[in-house]
Design a protein around this ligand. Structure first.
Ligand code: FPP
Length: 246
């Protein structure tokens, strides 16, 4: 089984993003309710955050709740929110001990008050940390994010703050929820599904995609290492030829 020490520290992805999928199916396989899968998914979150911090990955972004997830049964949404609040409360000390800065992206104002309060408290209490940036995507949808950016830029154009000729990628980047993050280098999705599901569509333009067949609650160190080793063995050409890179 792969371990963290196999990873080449000179060629680390700066930004890893993960679509944590398969909690429901993991629970069903065990004859349990879907929420049991989410509860066990929390341990995989802890483990992955810890391992990324150990590797000194600069940014880790986790898709924890999408704009579409609001359509799930009420009890499931409530459980996810409760798990979020409990985990934030429980992990504050560990985040600080590991010098991790917490951030959130998405329509945060649509979350329950309790979740918003806990989130802003942990964000503020970890804001001075200088190690890994851990970003939770909550009530997040990429099309929604792009729509908001277009709206904000249009208003600035209308008010003569930006001229249309000056709209470039940097202007767009600075109006996205992720303005404080670099582009994604490695996108991992668990559970065997090969989809992006409205996650960071702009930011993954040149990301390496890695799909793995395990359900999220089972995702551990050797899976993360496998994904990073696969990333490290790929040639990232950014549109150039192999010869141009050497
Ligand atoms: C996808 O599995 C998972 C989610 C929608 C939520 C992820 C949440 C957690 C891992 C727990 C709480 C998170 C934090 C940050 C503390 P699914 O339900 O879509 O599984 P399925 O595809 O098998 O139905």
């Amino acid at each position: 089984m792969h371990t963290l020490d196999e990873v080449n520290k000179e060629k680390l992805p700066k930004h890893i993003a993960i679509i944590m999928d398969g909690n429901g199916r993991w629970a069903k396989q065990r004859g349990k309710l879907r929420v049991f899968g989410h509860e066990n998914g929390v341990e995989a979150v802890r483990n992955t955050v810890e391992n990324c911090a150990k590797l000194q990955i600069q940014c880790l972004t986790l898709y924890a709740f999408s704009t579409e997830n609001w359509n799930r049964p009420k009890v499931e949404v409530q459980t996810l929110m409760k798990l979020l609040v409990a985990s934030l409360r429980k992990e504050l000390e560990t985040l600080n001990k590991n010098n991790i800065k917490l951030k959130a992206i998405g329509k945060i104002d649509t979350l329950p008050q309790k979740a918003q309060k806990e989130l802003s408290e942990v964000i503020s209490k970890t804001s001075k940390n200088t190690g890994m940036i851990l970003t939770l995507a909550l009530s997040y949808g990429s099309r929604d994010e792009i729509k908001s950016a277009v709206k904000e830029i249009s208003i600035k154009v209308k008010n003569n703050i930006i001229s249309p000729e000056n709209i470039d990628e940097t202007v767009i980047n600075t109006h996205l929820y992720t303005h404080f993050l670099p582009d994604v280098d490695l996108l991992i999705r668990t559970s065997g599904e090969h989809r992006i599901s409205n996650f960071l569509l702009w930011q993954i333009a040149y990301a390496e995609l890695y799909f793995i067949d395990v359900f999220w609650p089972d995702f551990r160190e050797h899976h993360l290492v496998e994904a990073i080793l696969s990333y490290q063995n790929r040639e990232r050409r950014f549109g150039k030829t192999s010869e141009q890179l050497t």
